[in-house]
Write a protein that binds this ligand. Sequence first.
Ligand SMILES: [Zn+2]
Ligand SMILES: [Zn+2]
Length: 257
Amino acid sequence: MLFSFLCWWLGCYALLISIYFGLGWYISRDIKTTRLAKIQVNKSLSPELVRRDIKQSSKSLFLIAFFVGTAIWLNRHGFALVEAWEPSFFSFVFWLLVSMFLYDTWFYWVHRLIHTKWLYKKVHLWHHRSKTPVIWSNNSDTLVDGVLTQSYWVVAALILPMPTALLILVHKIYDQITGMLGHAGYEYGGILTMPPSPFAAVTFHDQHHEYFNCNYATQFLFWDKLMGTLHKNYSETTAHNLRSAKCTADNGIKNPR
Ligand SMILES: [Zn+2]
Ligand SMILES: [Zn+2]
């Protein structure tokens, strides 16, 4: 049992670190060649902070892999507190959507919590030192920050009647990719994130790093809309950035703002 747990932990780490460096390398190269319009124009992250983010992310992903690996292991050994649904296409899609909504809810409220004065200084300030985020900034967190946000996967595996452990893996891969793109500094959201879409564009989390006290959720807009924490210029800025990104990608030229 311990061996299978270690296999899942290390396997998840291998997968997540491959996505981290694979997508990180691809996007770093892509922004040089297609030159999509930068969100925070004329601002950049210092090379020291980029190195710091890569180093810290490589460590944090080990912790994240622990939670995802534990969640998968619990599901596969039938340790959920509720009886799992029969595996089918419908039950997979249904619980994936439920899990996406719950994770966004978890993330929003945990994120608001770590923005309170004391916790912010002790726990979350590290992540915000990268005020102009880059693709490598996504997993640059302190240990407590990682425990608070990523323990979701274990709780979800215990309380949701997930039909298969694959669901946890698919959701985490989706979260890893969208989370990284959310820090890219360039608008990669595409038409699906054009306001009034409920999906968060890259501009959403970029504004969180730039202005600090807005846009706390991770993949959807409804909690920020409901709680009045969505940046007041989010829709307008995102629409502009999405149009600029498309224009520069099509023409291969930098679009002045
Ligand atoms: Zn924050
Ligand atoms: Zn961030």
